[in-house]
Ligand binder design. Structure first.
Ligand code: ADP
Ligand code: GLC
Length: 481
C-alpha cells in the first residue's frame, strides 16, 4: 500500500527516544516488503544541517488559526523511502525536537498543530497518493481529526508509543487547533473539560496500534491507562499491539565503528576488549572478576531510575560496577551525579545524549538494567541483548514480550525479569544476575541466546500490513490480542 508515515522525530539526527529509531527503521522494513512509504518530519535544526534533505520547489499552503502560511518542503531519500521535511524555522530551528531541560517548549501545541496540518497538506502532493496516513504519538494525534474534518479519502492509523504523553491542553486552547467547535465534545477531543489530542486520535483513527501486545493489554486497565483505559477499551476491536523490532544493520556488534573491537556470538574475544575499554573510558576501577551493569535511558520515574540509583550501593558492596548514561528530570540527574561522587571508580555517570557511548555500554557491560515502572516496548533491552549485555528488566509491557527469562535447566532464555515497580523486585533481579554471573558457562549461553535471536522488524511488517488493510476495509480488524 502507499503509506505516509508522520512523526516528530527521526534517527539519528532528531532523536529524543525510541520513536526516532522506529521512524527510521519501520518505514524501511515496510518498503522492503513492497509498500510505497514516505516519511514526513518537522525540519528540525539537526535535520536541516545533516545534508540529507534538499530544498524543493514544493510550497504548501498550510491553514493555521490566523490564516495561511506558505511552507517549504525539503526532501531526501533513504533507499526506497522518501523523506519530507516541513520547514518552519520559527518552530523547528531549535536545539531539541521538544525542549531543552526535559520539558516541552512553551509553544508545543502550536508547533505540532502546524506540523500536523502541514503533513495533511503534504499528503495531497505525495506521489503515489498515500492510502494511509500513519501518525505517531500526541504530536501528530490531530491528524485523524483533521482528516475526518475535511473528509479526506485517506485512512488513518495511529500508533501510541507512550500513553503518558497525551497532548493535554486547557479548553481555551481549542481554537488554536482550527477545528469546528463541534469537535470539542466527549466523542472526539474533549476529556474532562480539556483538549486531549491523544484521545481524539484513539477515537477517530481508523485503526490504533501500540508497540507491544502486553502494553496493548495493560493500557486498557485503570492501572496503566493514564485515564484513557475506558476510551481504549471502547476501541479494543481496532487496537493492536505490534512489537517493535530494531534495525539489525545499524545495530550490529560485528560492524559497529563505535566499538573498540567488533565481536559476534561465535567469537566473543572482541567483547572482552570492549569491556576493558569501557572501564577505561568511564574511569571505572577494573571490576576484578565482578560484573558491570549498564543503564542507558531517559532519566524519568517511569523508567524506574530512582530504583536503579537506590540499588547501586548494595550492588557496589558486592563488587559490581555501574555505568549510567542518560538525561532527564533534574532531580534524577542530580541524584545520579551525587551517587557517582559518593562511589568514585565504582559508579560512572554521564549526563549526556551520546549514541556512541550508548553503543559502547551495550557492547561492554555484562548486564543491562531496565527497572521501568511501565514500558510500552523499549528498544534498549533489544540493543543490549544484540550486543551481549544481559537485561535485568522489570516485568512490564514490552519488556515482558522481549526479555525471556534465563532457564538454567533448559538453557533457554536471554535475560532476567523481576516484578515491576518495587525495590525488592529489583534486588531479586540483581541477586539472580549475580548468581548467573557466578556460572560463567551459563552466563555465556544466556548472552549468546540474546545475541542470536531475531530482533528484526520481520514479524511486525505483516502485522502492520494487516492493520493498514483493516483501516481500508480490506481485512477484518484484528481486535484485542
Ligand atoms: P524511550 O523511547 O522510552 O526513551 P526506548 O528504549 O524505546 O525508550 O528508546 C530509547 C532510545 O534512546 C534508544 O535508542 C536509546 O539508545 C536512546 N537513548 C536514551 N538515552 C540516551 C542517551 N543518554 N544517549 C544516547 N542514546 C540514548
Ligand atoms: C516510547 C516508549 C518506548 C518505545 C518507544 C518506541 O518512547 O517509551 O517504550 O520503545 O516509544 O516505540
Amino acid at each position: 500500500m502507499n503509506i505516509l508515515f508522520v512523526a516528530a522525530e527521526l534517527a539519528p539526527h532528531a532523536k529524543a527516544g525510541g520513536l526516532a529509531d522506529v521512524a527510521a527503521a519501520l518505514p524501511q522494513a515496510l518498503a522492503k516488503a513492497g509498500h510505497s512509504v514516505s516519511v514526513a518530519v518537522p525540519l528540525h535544526r539537526n535535520l536541516k544541517k545533516s545534508g540529507e534533505f534538499r530544498r524543493t520547489a514544493l510550497e504548501l499552503q498550510v491553514p493555521v488559526a490566523k490564516g495561511t502560511w506558505a511552507t517549504r518542503v525539503w526532501q531526501g531519500n533513504r533507499g526506497e523511502v522518501s523523506l519530507f521535511g516541513i520547514e518552519r524555522d520559527e518552530y523547528f530551528d531549535r536545539p531539541h525536537p521538544y525542549g531543552e531541560g526535559g520539558g516541552d517548549y512553551p509553544d508545543a501545541l502550536d508547533r505540532f498543530v502546524f506540523f500536523s496540518r502541514a503533513a495533511l497538506e503534504l499528503a495531497r502532493h505525495v506521489e503515489p497518493v498515500p492510502e494511509v496516513l500513519h501518525a505517531n504519538d500526541w504530536h501528530t494525534a490531530l491528524i485523524p481529526a483533521l482528516a475526518a474534518a475535511v473528509h479526506l479519502p485517506m485512512r488513518t492509523v495511529f500508533t501510541i508509543h507512550n500513553l503518558r504523553y497525551q497532548g493535554e491542553f486547557p479548553a481555551s486552547d481549542f481554537p488554536r487547533l482550527g477545528l469546528a467547535a463541534e469537535m470539542f465534545r466527549p466523542e472526539t477531543l474533549e476529556f474532562y473539560g480539556k483538549v486531549n489530542l491523544l484521545k481524539g486520535a484513539i477515537l477517530l483513527a481508523h485503526e490504533v496500534t501500540t508497540v507491544s501486545p502486553s502494553y496493548a493489554r495493560e493500557i486498557q486497565t485503570e492501572k496503566f491507562g493514564h485515564g484513557l483505559h475506558e476510551v481504549l477499551r471502547g476501541r479494543s476491536m481496532h487496537l493492536t499491539g505490534i512489537l517493535n523490532g530494531i534495525d539489525e544493520e545499524s545495530w550490529d556488534p560485528g560492524a559497529d565503528s563505535a566499538l573498540e573491537k567488533p565481536f559476534r556470538p561465535s567469537s566473543l574475544q572482541g567483547r572482552e576488549k570492549c569491556r576493558a575499554a569501557l572501564e577505561a573510558e568511564l574511569g571505572l576501577e577494573p571490576a576484578n572478576g565482578r560484573p558491570i551493569f549498564g543503564l542507558v535511558s531517559r532519566l524519568t520515574a517511569d523508567k524506574g531510575i530512582d530504583l536503579a540509583l537506590q540499588a547501586a550501593k548494595p550492588l557496589v558492596s558486592r563488587g559490581g560496577r555501574m555505568a549510567i548514561l542518560g538525561t532527564g528530570e533534574p532531580g534524577l540527574e542530580q541524584a545520579a551525579r551525587d551517587l557517582a561522587e559518593s562511589l568514585p571508580g565504582q559508579v560512572a555517570v554521564r549526563l549526556a545524549h551520546d549514541e556512541e557511548l550508548a553503543r559502547r555500554i551495550f557492547g561492554g557491560a555484562d548486564f543491562f538494567l531496565m527497572p521501568s515502572r511501565t514500558e510500552p516496548c523499549g528498544l534498549t533491552q533489544m540493543y543490549a541483548m544484540r550486543y551481549g549485555a544481559i537485561p535485568v528488566a522489570a516485568d512490564t509491557g514490552g519488556l515482558h514480550d522481549t526479555v525471556e527469562p534465563w532457564n538454567d535447566a533448559r538453557k533457554t532464555g536471554c535475560g532476567i525479569r523481576f516484578p515491576a515497580d518495587s525495590g525488592t523486585g529489583l534486588r531479586q533481579g540483581l541477586d539472580q544476575a549475580l548468581a548467573l554471573w557466578d556460572e560463567p558457562a551459563m552466563m555465556k549461553l544466556a548472552r549468546q541466546n540474546g545475541m542470536k535471536r531475531d530482533w528484526s522488524w520481520g514479524a511486525a511488517v505483516p502485522a502492520y500490513d494487516q492493520v493498514y488493510r483493516a483501516s481500508a476495509g480490506l481485512a477484518s480488524p484484528k481486535g484485542r490480542r
